[in-house]
Design a protein around this ligand. Structure first.
Ligand code: SAM
Length: 196
């Protein structure tokens, strides 16, 4: 589901990028990866995440996809030296990338926007190589659908995930946890890996 005008304002904001900077440092400490990898960012928004991934993980290839063409257009104007970067409009439930073709998937706050989030997890798993990693930042409904945020933001309302649902679905999809920082009501920063 695309963002409403208010959430676009919140997300396309330097304060948001400051939070992502801290998060990517945690991702890097938890699972450093190696330079030259093939990376996908799904729900990339206007591309602040892709820039941070490039700076911190030094991939050779990045696919940056989002459902919203307005977001992708903003990202596609940025320049990144030394990396092959493809911007595209794509739905996380049908990612236009070959199976077992990327080393890492990054998802900064996209999964809770997807009505069929379980299918999005299946897709993330499908595109990852064996031993590949999913770097995740996600929110739980108590943070984005409470009395205040429920009026300001627009999200799918059915079948929302909290920690136990997400953990179960990740396990069922074939992910194991490398590390996680979690708050019961706020959300999760996690790194999950597929079996080698
Ligand atoms: C909260 S924003 C986060 C944007 C960016 N990753 C960031 O952290 O600033 C969620 C993003 O996910 C995108 N999105 C929502 N549903 C999606 C889907 N089914 N497939 C791909 N992207 C989706 C939205 O268009 C939006 O850009």
């Amino acid at each position: 589901m695309k963002l409403n005008w208010f959430e676009r304002l919140v997300v396309n904001n330097p304060v948001r990028v400051m939070a992502q900077r801290v998060e990517i440092q945690w991702f890097k400490r938890t699972r450093p990866g190696s330079p030259g990898q093939r990376v996908l960012e799904i729900g990339c928004g206007r591309g602040a995440g892709a820039a941070l991934i490039h700076r911190n993980f030094r991939p050779s290839r990045v696919y940056a996809f989002d459902l919203d063409i307005r977001m992708v257009r903003m990202g596609a104007t940025s320049r990144h030296e030394g990396v092959r970067l493809t911007w595209g409009v794509a739905d996380a439930t049908a990612i236009p990338v070959k199976s077992a073709s990327v080393d890492c998937v990054f998802g900064f706050g996209f999964l809770h926007h997807v009505p069929d989030w379980r299918q999005a997890l299946v897709e993330v798993r499908r595109v990852l190589k064996p031993g590949g990693a999913y770097y995740m930042e996600e929110l739980y409904p108590e943070s984005y659908q409470n009395a205040i945020t429920g009026r300001l933001f627009e999200h799918p309302t059915h079948d929302r995930f909290r920690s136990p649902d997400l953990s179960r679905a990740l396990r069922k999809t074939g992910f194991t946890s490398v590390g996680r920082l979690e708050h019961r009501w706020l959300g999760i920063l996690g790194v999950f890996q597929t079996r080698c």
